[in-house]
Design a binder for this molecule. Structure first.
Ligand code: PLZ
Length: 448
């Protein structure tokens, strides 16, 4: 039997044979600087040769513990044998025909399976594209076609992508939008629920958001509201209880499409199929990407059948959209999720991370807020007793962890969040080690 998560080695700690980055990585990086524009950022200039489970092995032979999973993609572990086998088998049969020219069955079956597993038992339809941003764009297109209205509302601290429309929906100008205008019109941002900073209950925060929607946009022009149930790049902001259902209730009552961007939080990562379930939310449209194929590019738009049918035949698609190899990998992912075991692993990861970080926060009160669900947990670095961000510290911790062979990601609109998006193959001992490394980093910054 194949394990549901790919945890192939008993290694508990990183194995470093050179400094990080090592000489071979540095040499490649020097070439990269000549060949690749700086706008394509680089969190850690360590060049990866192969990956398995929660481990990355670089060109110098260092084995690094990956707590970012390529920003929440390889949820079931790098190179999961079942996913690799499914993709290889499909590659041998057919890798491309274009679904809108000559279709294939595995696309249809993935649409059926997403209808089954996304929240709500209403009639649903799905189609597939290549990236999260493309999924967001298509959800907006369909919402406009369905409602006959223009405006889409996104929340403060949101991130929805790097295309022209999605750039206009992001909270942060720099680096996502700076210099790239003009931006798409008819996008508005409205306040979110951020319990640490706004101190509002879910009902109060929803009332504030709705007031903006009604006053700034007006229902007559509002096609859709889009929300990440747990905001990703914004710093794993978990809204106050009741916020999202209240917003959705308002949207439904006003003929506004409610879109859940589950691109970072969905598909098992938070210990449920979709993070919407944590909030009792049944969105009209659900967006998936990242973890859906455990590393192959694929994104899905799943929604109420009547909304999804609003576009004219030929209005949706794209040459590589719904690639059969990526779809075969997605079926392997869904097979594994259907065992239920990854959800239990996500709960274990959450406990280990939250317990370890809480313990550390006793010694280091800069760890000011620990939050998240499942394998999507973050902490905010704050001046003790305040909500003032300590931005530089997150980068220092990530840099120290990298030197020790632990890959950590930062996040947050203030740059002061350390986020964990490990694969579910990560062991409790590995998490404990990572927490220890963070403690060492904090001790080192104090000593300076
Ligand atoms: N919606 C909620 O998290 C992608 C960004 C990585 P694409 N987040 C990672 C980077 O630096 O570009 C994301 C997301 C949410 C949409 C997207 C966009 O997904 O597949 O990157 O287009």
């Amino acid at each position: 039997m194949t394990a549901t998560v790919n945890a192939p080695v008993s290694l508990q700690r990183p194995e470093l044979v050179t400094e990080i980055p090592g000489p071979k990585s540095r040499a490649i990086h020097a070439r990269r600087e000549q060949a690749v524009p700086r706008g394509v950022g680089c969190a850690l200039p360590v060049y990866i040769e192969y990956a398995d489970g929660a481990w990355l092995t670089d060109v110098d032979g260092n084995r690094l513990l990956d707590l970012g999973s390529g920003i929440g993609v390889t949820t079931l572990g790098h190179t999961h044998p079942a996913v690799v086998a499914a993709a290889k088998a499909q590659l041998d049969r057919v890798s491309h025909t274009l679904f809108t020219v000559t279709p294939y069955e595995n696309y249809v079956r993935l649409a059926e399976r997403l209808a089954e597993h996304t929240p709500g038992d209403h009639a649903k339809k799905s189609f597939f594209v290549n990236s999260g941003a493309e999924a967001v764009e298509n959800a907006v297109k369909i919402s406009r076609a369905f409602t006959g209205r223009r405006v889409v509302a996104a929340l403060d601290h949101a991130f929805h992508g790097r295309t022209n429309l999605t750039m206009a929906m992001n909270h942060r100008a720099a680096p996502y939008g700076t210099g790239f205008g003009p931006f798409a019109p008819d996008v508005q941002r409205v306040p979110n629920s951020s319990p640490l900073r706004d101190g509002l209950t879910g009902a109060e925060a929803a009332a504030r958001t709705i007031e903006y929607l009604e006053q700034r946009i007006g229902v007559a022009d509002l096609a859709a509201v889009i929300a990440e149930p747990i905001q990703g790049e914004g710093g794993f902001i978990v809204p106050a209880e009741g916020y999202l259902p209240a917003l959705q209730e308002w949207a439904t009552a006003n003929g506004v499409v409610f879109i859940a961007d589950e691109i970072q939080a969905g598909l098992g990562r938070t210990g449920t199929w979709f993070s919407s379930e944590l909030f009792g939310l049944v969105p009209d449209v659900v967006l998936t990407a990242k973890g859906i194929a455990d590393g192959l590019p694929l994104a899905g738009i799943t929604g109420r059948a009547d909304i999804m049918d609003a576009a004219l035949p030929g209005g949706l698609g794209g040459t590589f959209s719904g690639n059969p190899v990526s779809i075969a990998a997605a079926h392997a992912v869904l097979d594994l999720l259907e065992t239920g075991e990854p959800f239990a692993e996500a709960a274990r990861v959450e406990r280990a991370l939250v317990d370890g970080l809480r313990e550390l926060a006793h010694t280091y009160p800069e760890i000011g807020d620990i939050r998240g669900h499942g394998a999507m947990v973050a902490f905010e670095l704050l001046q003790p007793g305040t909500t003032t961000p300590l931005a530089g510290l997150a980068g220092e911790i990530a840099a120290h962890a990298a030197e020790q062979g632990v890959l950590l990601l930062t996040a947050g609109s203030y740059g002061n969040v350390i986020r964990f998006l490990p694969s579910l193959a990560v062991t409790t001992e590995q998490i404990e080690y990572a927490v220890e490394v963070i403690g060492d980093a904090l001790a080192r910054t104090r000593a300076q």
